[in-house]
Design a protein around this ligand. Structure first.
Ligand SMILES: NC(=O)c1ccc[n+]([C@@H]2O[C@H](COP(=O)([O-])OP(=O)(O)OC[C@H]3O[C@@H](n4cnc5c(N)ncnc54)[C@H](OP(=O)(O)O)[C@@H]3O)[C@@H](O)[C@H]2O)c1
Length: 254
């Protein structure tokens, strides 16, 4: 028996990086997993690869942008028509862009908050009618929510907002036994992390500074975050809600 046999999951931003690793884990544990992203080709490639590895669960690609209400409505119509409910929601889609305070533009602020905060809030709000009693909601925060790292003021603020969503929604949804937790990765080797700085020298400085302060001295693998998401998705974490689970090589813990 697998840990998510018969469960229905949704992973937003699952065409690459942490979301793809989590979708794969959930499928291998027996779940039907709806996987979203904005780029259809990348999404299809990832979902095909996951399905080729699994003889239990199943991944289903739905192209959907979390910052579009129309896309979210179409996504949930598809989920409702196919599966009728959601047992595990991993609100993972997010973008990271560096900008020092003096460089922050309205466009940068609106883009990062629009996807990371507004997009995540409406992803969860619009899922409410489909969430089963006892469902698990996992929000993608970051160690950035509790650290001061040069160039990350807007991104870090979005992740701090998400950290608090987990506290507030844990209270608001407890009546339906829905647990809400945040997972907070440190630096994880993903396309998103590699692309965080456009200037190669800035990217190297950023990475070197993080590694120098990291007890485990290496970047994390997306599957290490997926393992934490799986823990939060299953009854193994049945008494855990409103919490923040760090997967950061110790970076924000020491
Ligand atoms: N990697 C790290 O070091 C790290 C550390 C802490 C927290 N995190 C958080 O973990 C989450 C995943 O990060 P990652 O590094 O795996 O990112 P990634 O490699 O950039 O992958 C992001 C995924 O989200 C999708 N996505 C982006 N914007 C979207 C939108 N508006 N609607 C739907 N899907 C969208 C992307 O596909 P499309 O571009 O096709 O939409 C892609 O599949 C993010 O919330 C990030 O902030 C990451």
């Amino acid at each position: 028996m697998c840990q998510l046999d018969g469960k229905v999951a949704l992973v937003t931003g699952g065409s690459e990086g942490i979301g793809a690793a989590a979708a794969r884990r959930f499928v291998l544990e027996g779940a039907t997993v709806f996987v979203t992203g904005r780029r259809q080709a990348e999404l299809d490639t990832t979902v095909k690869a996951i399905n080729e590895q699994s003889d239990r669960g199943q991944a289903i690609a739905v192209r959907s942008d979390v910052s579009s209400h129309g896309d979210l409505d179409r996504l949930y119509t598809r989920v409702r028509d196919h599966s009728g409910r959601i047992d595990v929601l991993f609100a993972n889609a997010g973008v990271s862009e560096l900008a020092r305070l003096e460089e922050v533009s309205e466009e940068h602020f609106d883009r990062v908050f629009g996807i990371n905060v507004r997009g995540l809030l409406f992803t969860v709000q619009k899922a409410l009618p489909l969430l089963s009693d006892g469902a698990s909601v996992i929000l993608s925060s970051s160690i950035a929510a509790s650290k001061g790292v040069e160039g990350t003021s807007v991104y870090s603020a979005t992740k701090a907002a998400i950290r608090n969503f987990a506290r507030t929604w844990a209270v608001e949804l407890a009546g339906r036994r829905i647990r809400v937790n945040a997972v907070s990765p440190g630096p994880i080797e993903t396309p998103g992390f590699s692309g965080v700085a456009t200037d190669p020298a800035q990217a190297t400085d950023f990475k070197d500074a993080l590694l120098a302060a990291m007890p485990l001295g290496r970047l994390g693998d997306p599957d290490e975050v997926a393992a934490a998401a799986l823990f939060l998705a299953t009854d193994a974490s049945s008494f855990t809600t409103g919490a923040e689970l760090f997967v950061d090589g110790g970076l924000a813990q020491v």
